[in-house]
Design a protein around this ligand. Structure first.
Ligand code: PGA
Length: 240
């Protein structure tokens, strides 16, 4: 694991945007998984601006959706897919044909898991996975205690995640379960970048850097991955 500490949020956003864009303009098609959440928003702005100016033939990528709250879709304000659509897909003029996502509103969620696993079996591994770190160390919606061997799965959410996630919604929203890519997909990816910004992430970053890789701290897989970077700003690194 490389630890890359940059000055502030803008520097983190620029650094992340550069690397993601380098995959998107690669000469062969790349499979990229990007997280929703607040941390990547600055990078998404750069990426969307750059994509909107590029011609489709110069771009070779597909985006694989990381996670979603069960029962919600792109049209639900506050959902993960809503966030991705508002901040990346729409402003970047990304065609739906490039996006592979769970349908978290499907009656048959098991079928959604199977479809995603089948897609990644045929087209994987993921070339680039970028993940934010939850306040409890979760990755996607892989909560503490999730096995490192998981592929796509449905998870009961922890109280911490239910509470922190309220920031995405304009009114109190009950959340019970999530559907997410599992940790083994992140471990099998060719490149893994875990991002964190701000003082409020300083404690979890310290725990991560101090601990062994352990299932009680999903973000600690960044230590097991052979081509990974923990990309943080000085505020998130302030307890190290
Ligand atoms: P954040 O979310 O980027 O909004 O902090 C990270 C996460 O909870 O996975």
């Amino acid at each position: 694991m490389e630890i890359k500490t940059v000055k502030d949020y803008d520097a983190l956003s620029a650094c992340l945007a550069d690397e993601v864009l380098s995959y998107m303009v690669s000469s062969s098609e790349k499979l990229i998984c990007l997280p929703s959440g607040d941390t990547p928003l600055g990078a998404f702005k750069w990426i969307a601006e750059s994509l909107a100016e590029k011609e489709a033939p110069s771009l070779h990528y597909k985006l694989v959706g990381l996670d979603e709250w069960v029962g919600m879709g792109r049209e639900t304000e506050g959902s993960c897919q809503f966030y991705m659509n508002e901040h990346l897909y729409k402003p970047g003029k990304i065609d739906d044909a490039r996006i592979v996502e769970f349908n978290a509103k499907a009656e048959d969620l098991e079928n959604e898991l199977e479809k995603m696993d089948q897609f990644l079996k045929e087209h994987g591994p993921l070339d680039l996975v970028v993940l934010g770190i939850g306040m409890n160390g979760h990755l996607g919606l892989n909560e503490p205690g999730t096995s490192f061997k998981t592929y796509s799965h449905i998870v009961p959410l922890t109280d911490k995640t239910k509470e922190v996630a309220q920031k995405y919604f304009s009114e109190e929203t009950p959340l019970e379960k999530g559907i997410t890519l599992g940790i083994n997909y992140f471990l099998e990816a060719k490149r893994l970048i875990v991002i964190a910004s701000g003082k409020h992430k300083a404690d979890i970053i310290k725990q991560l850097v101090d601990s062994e890789a352990t299932e009680s701290l999903p973000a600690s897989i960044v230590k097991l991955h052979k081509n990974s970077t923990l990309l943080i700003d000085e505020a998130a690194a302030s307890s190290l």
